[in-house]
Design a protein around this ligand. Sequence first.
Ligand code: SAM
Ligand code: SF4
Length: 425
Amino acid sequence: MNAHDSEKVIGTLLREGYRQVETPERANYIFYNTCSIRDKAEQKVFNRLQQFKRDAGKGKVFAVLGCVAQQEGEKIFDRAPHVSLVAGSASYTKLPQMLVQLETGNRRVTGLSLDTEETFDTPYTRRDNPHRAYITIIEGCDKSCAYCVVPFTRGPERSRTSASVMEEAKRLADTGYSEIQLLGQNVNSYHDPSPARWDFATLLDRVGSIPGIRRVRFTTSHPRDFVKPIIEAIDSNPNLCNHVHLPVQSGSSRVLERMDRLYTRDEYMERIAWMKDARRPIAITTDIIIGFPGETEADFEQTLRLLDEVQYDSLFSFKYSPRPNTAALKLPDQVAEEEKTRRIMILQERQRAIQIRRNSALIGEVEQVMVEGRHESLGQWIGRTSQNRTLNFAGRDTEDLIGKYADVLVTRAGPNSLVGEAAIN
Ligand code: SAM
Ligand code: SF4
């Protein structure tokens, strides 16, 4: 989502008459987009700002955008006096006005209000990838997971109208994009604010029915708002990728309750059962937090058992990281760092074995990939399957396949990717 925010900010700047340059040295303005979901993000930002100033700082205007900007606010001006603009994502619609203030010499410009109903839609997005495009359909978050800064940094939940999403998707299809990824902190909490009142499953299906669109992905889904019609849409529309990222965070209902996740392990497993019962084979991936305050060995064991039960195709695991303003900061029984490390290594090892098994089961199958790039040194194309697996393959060397679709016979499998050969059609 941050990467896409940057694409929209760059598009807005270009529209206002600015030009993008290759290196910070050649820039007059340096915009630094930031994330604060984990770790000591603030510290990293200040270190980078210092470094930029030393290396390339003379006479330049610095701006800090994104979640660290929102979180630290005007304190950034105190710690990094060479910064002139501090703005969170909920203020990006006001960027043109903020730029005018900068141009007229104002050296303390802020955009920090979270009190907004607006989403940052712009037809001027400067997309990095010519084949796969992101579209944000919902911004912010109204949930309050005890560990998470997002509600404090990205503001309240607000959805775009279905008409504006469809218009953007059609425009992208007309300009040659064939894959669209719908984005939102909780993409499936989408509520169309227009009288059309489309739900998320309807929007998904309609985007996947636009002529020229061959693949639609969506991320991230919240289990509480994950309803059966989403699976039904995937089942009936082959343009919807058969992959669902459904973060569980923990396999223990006790921990889920302390996290304020709004579902139990059983409720989560019910959604997994829907996916396993689907007509198309749906790849399932997740996020897991290890060492949330109060997580016991027994809780952790339950997370491991959940991995065995679900058999995820891939997962992201994170050590719990205390974040400013969040409820979990006040919880007792913080888990020691070494213990988090021990647990996360066990979890990753367990998952690695599952992935080797699952990926190996695909050997001998033919999968369709979208070609995303080329490893010249390996003589391989880099492809991605509908289930979101990387499938690198040899063959069809005389063509430029990037952005095209190819059928590939899977010949080898590792824990994180597959290898194959272009299939003879
Ligand atoms: N909205 C999504 C959901 O509810 O599942 C998650 C969005 S969050 C930007 C991405 C992931 O970061 C989360 O799923 C969680 O695993 C991880 N995360 C968030 N806060 C964290 C924290 N304080 N420490 C460790 N991981 C965290
Ligand atoms: Fe953060 Fe929870 Fe909102 Fe996801 S649902 S963004 S984890 S508060």
